[in-house]
Design a protein. Structure first.
Ligand SMILES: [Fe+2]
Length: 148
């Protein structure tokens, strides 16, 4: 599996958690799904920012496609942080969730329809595979760190 395919599997997982969170009604269940969603999104954002985007930025044609993503992911972190501070069944949580939902949908759409096809075209297969292995190594190292 190369780097865009690996990132796509993470998108699928995040979208499944978003759908589950939307359907969940009880505070406890929503909170549980929110925690898993937050962990998955934070890991995905880190992998992209630390491994994938820097490799994209070395190519002019890809650099413009990822330049706005750092700010977007900072905004995503802010939304997640505030979602952690309000009851999961409150109208405020719903509002933040909807913002997050739209942000993630746009992120997935832009990456899967614009960025990833170009990465596949412009990066050699060996490089895409090496990036995927760097991502897995990062994820494994990060999983061993204590949660802060
Ligand atoms: Fe992504």
């Amino acid at each position: 599996m190369d780097s865009p395919d690996l990132l796509k599997t993470q998108h699928v997982m995040v979208e499944a958690l978003l759908a589950q969170c939307k359907l969940a009604r009880s505070e406890e269940r929503r909170r549980g799904i929110y925690r898993r969603l937050r962990a998955a999104l934070v890991m995905h954002a880190e992998i992209e920012e630390i491994v994938f985007y820097p490799a994209c930025q070395r190519r002019e044609e890809l650099a413009t496609l990822v330049s706005g993503n750092y700010d977007e992911q900072q905004y995503m972190r802010k939304l997640l942080e505030e979602m952690g501070e309000v009851p999961a069944t409150s109208p405020r949580f719903d509002h933040l969730f909807n913002e997050l939902f739209m942000l993630i949908n746009r992120h997935v759409d832009e990456e899967e329809n614009a960025l990833f096809p170009r990465v596949k075209r412009l990066m050699r297969s060996e490089e895409r595979m090496r990036l995927a292995s760097d991502m897995r190594a990062y994820q494994a190292a990060r999983a061993r760190q204590p949660v802060t």
